[in-house]
Design a protein around this ligand. Sequence first.
Ligand code: GDP
Ligand code: MG
Length: 360
Amino acid sequence: FEGITIVELAKRTGQNINYLKQILTNVGEKIDTEFDPITVDVAELIAMEAGVNVRRLHSDEGAVLEPRPAVVTVMGHVDHGKTSLLDALRLTSVAAKEAGGITQHLGAFVVSMPSGASITFLDTPGHAAFSAMRARGAAVTDIVVLVVAADDGVMPQTLEAISHAKTANVPIVVAINKCDKPSANPERVKIQLGSEGLLLEDMGGDVQVVEVSALGRTGLDKLEETLLFQAEMMELKARINGPAHAYVVEARLDRGRGPLATMIMQSGTLVSGQYVVVGAEWGRIRALRDMTGKVIEKAWPAMPVEIEGLRGLPMAGDDVIVVETEERARMLSTGRKEKMERDRLRKAMEEKFEIPDASG
Ligand code: GDP
Ligand code: MG
C-alpha cells in the first residue's frame, strides 16, 4: 500500500515535524513513531491543514501495466463538423447497437472494432473542455482528431486546436470532413496544414490524414482504423489492478438520482459500493453504469462510466480517487472544500489589493 512517513512529509513540505504531528492528532490519527507510514489520504489532509499545495502523483511505478484502449477528443473550427462526426461515430458504437440507435448523452462513448479493440470518444467537442481539463491536470486524451472542413480549409480555431494538442503533447489524426461537397478540396487542406507545420504522412511525416463525410457517413471505418493504428503505435498501457483513479468528464444533477458524474477510468479497478472522493465531493458508489446505462459491478481503464451516489456535484476535470472508509472520504472532502475556500479568499484579497489606484 502506498504510504509516506511523517518525517518524509516534513522534508517534502518544509514543515516542522512536531507541527505536522499536532495536525495528525487533530485529524484523529495515531502513530507510534514518526517513522510509521501514514496513508496517502492522511498525508494529503495534513498537507492541506498545513497550507501546503499537494498533488497526488498516482505513480504506477512497479505496477503491472496492461494494454488499454485509447481515449480520443475531437477538435476543430466551428461548423467544420465536430458534432456531426461524433454523432456519426456514435452510431457505430456499442451503445447505439444495444440501444437500437438511441443513445443517452453520457459525455463519452465507446466504439468497438471487429478485432475486439475499442476506442473511447469523449463526447465533449470544443477546446474549452480540453483546456479546462488540462488546466486541472487531467490528461484524459491520448489522441486529438482534428476536424477540418474540406471546403473551408484551415481556420483560426483549427490553428488553436493544433496548438492545444502540441502543448499537451498529444498526437493529431486529421479528419478532412465534408468531402461529399462539390466544393471540397482536400488537397488544399493538406497543403495548408503542411504549411502550418503538421507533418502529414502524404508528405513523408507521421500525421495520419483521413478523408471523411460525417453526413454521408463515409470514411468512418478508415478513421477508426487509423485511430487504432495510432493507438497501437503509442502502446497505451495502464495498471488494471488496485485502487481506481479516474477523471470526471461531465457531471449533472438528476432529479431522481441526484448528482451523476461521467468519468473516464485512468487506472485500477473501480468497484460499485466503494467510497470515492471526487474533487471536493465525496460519496459511496450506489450505482455504477456503463455507457449503455447498464448497471455494472466493476470498471477498468479507458472505460467511460457513470457513478451515482455523490453528495454534491463535481466539475469536469476533477479527479476521482477511492478511499477506504466513509470517514476518510468525508475528511478529505471537507479538507479540500476548506482549502478551496481559503484559496478563493486569498485570491479575492490579492485582487482587491491589485486594483490600480485611479488617482495615480
Ligand atoms: P461543429 O460546429 O464543428 O460541431 O459542426 P456541426 O457538426 O454542427 O456541423 C456544422 C454544419 O456542417 C451542419 O450544418 C452540418 O450539417 C454540416 N456538416 C457536417 N458534416 C458535414 C459533412 O460531412 N458534409 C456536409 N455536406 N455537411 C456537413
Ligand atoms: Mg458542435
